[in-house]
Design a protein around this ligand. Structure first.
Ligand SMILES: [Zn+2]
Length: 303
């Protein structure tokens, strides 16, 4: 194991937190149909444009003690929370995958899921743009992995030896893991050399997620079209086996939270509870630890 260099750990955290600060912009502006680039970041209360020093992830919030420099209004703790979450996530993904395509693929998926979660809680909607960009990224990563696999000994190897991360872990996860869970078409599509296999696994997972939630929304009428599309997009990244696990986690976590809200009197039987966060949670857990969970379960089931 390469000793993690504190300098590079800080760099990765800062890059992740900066991505988190873009996720904040998406959360704030996408539901209102505003441009993500213009106008530059400003205080939502007094409208003053923020300077560079007001926009340093996490640190600015701490330095300003959570208040706008100009009007003194409270800045939502959502900003530093999303930024720190993405920073820590980048460190974990780096540790897990090394600086490989899988790292970027997981970062994109989990960043999108975080945006979906916060937007659905705040606005009770899941923007089509997020679901669509998830699908476009999925196709792009498949194409990119095919192109890059021609030079595995070249640029990708170099990425694996990036000083922050363990090289062995990176190489182990880079090579296809599809024969570990559900050999063949059931496993998750990874960024492997097997383009047709990844494509088939992803499309099967996407169709499964989409159809399961379509059936539920037709029966219960409690779930929106956004949830159905989101489940389909997640299935693309997960493949069939991990999609089933994600659906299961979404149901259990959604049921537990709904029961707690009902019991505590915070929600009534008729009130609408956003379902996107539970689909996102199921997909996130399943994409990160799904294979281990399924293998653990199968080992207990089959003596
Ligand atoms: Zn202000």
């Amino acid at each position: 194991m390469v000793n993690p260099d504190p300098f590079w750990l800080c760099v990765i955290f800062i890059v992740g937190a900066s991505v988190g600060s873009f996720v904040n912009v998406v959360i704030l502006r996408l539901p209102r149909g505003e441009s993500l680039a213009n106008p530059p970041s400003h205080c939502p209360v007094c409208g003053k444009t923020l300077s560079f020093f007001d926009m340093i992830p996490v640190l600015s919030y701490v330095a300003l003690r959570g208040k706008c420099r100009h009007c003194g209004c409270r800045i939502s703790p959502m900003y530093p929370l999303v930024e720190s979450f993405m920073g820590i996530l980048f460190l974990y993904l780096g540790y897990r995958y090394g600086l490989t395509l899988l790292f970027f693929r997981q970062a994109v998926l989990l960043g999108l899921l975080l945006a979906v979660t916060v937007i659905d809680i705040r606005e009770m909607l899941i923007p089509d743009e997020l679901v669509l960009s998830g699908a476009v990224f999925w196709v792009s990563f498949l194409a990119l992995s095919k192109v890059l696999s021609a030079w595995v000994q070249g640029p990708l190897k170099l990425l694996c030896e990036f000083p922050v991360f363990t090289k062995a872990a990176a190489e182990a996860t880079f090579h296809a893991t599809t024969d570990r869970v559900g050999a063949g078409l059931l496993g998750p599509p990874t960024c492997s050399e097997d383009l047709i296999g990844d494509l088939a696994r992803g499309l099967l997972g996407g169709a499964l997620g989409f159809l399961v939630f379509l059936a539920i929304s037709l029966v219960t009428r409690g779930m929106g079209g956004g949830d159905v599309k989101l489940a389909g997009m997640c299935g693309l990244y997960l493949g069939p086996a991990l999609t089933i696990l994600a659906v299961f986690i979404a149901f259990v976590s959604g049921g537990v939270v709904a029961a707690l809200l009902l019991l505590s009197g915070k929600a009534r039987a008729k009130s609408h509870i956003p379902y996107g966060p539970f689909i996102a949670l199921g997909a996130a857990i399943s994409s990160l630890w799904g294979e281990q969970i399924i293998l653990w379960y199968l080992a207990r089931l089959l003596p």
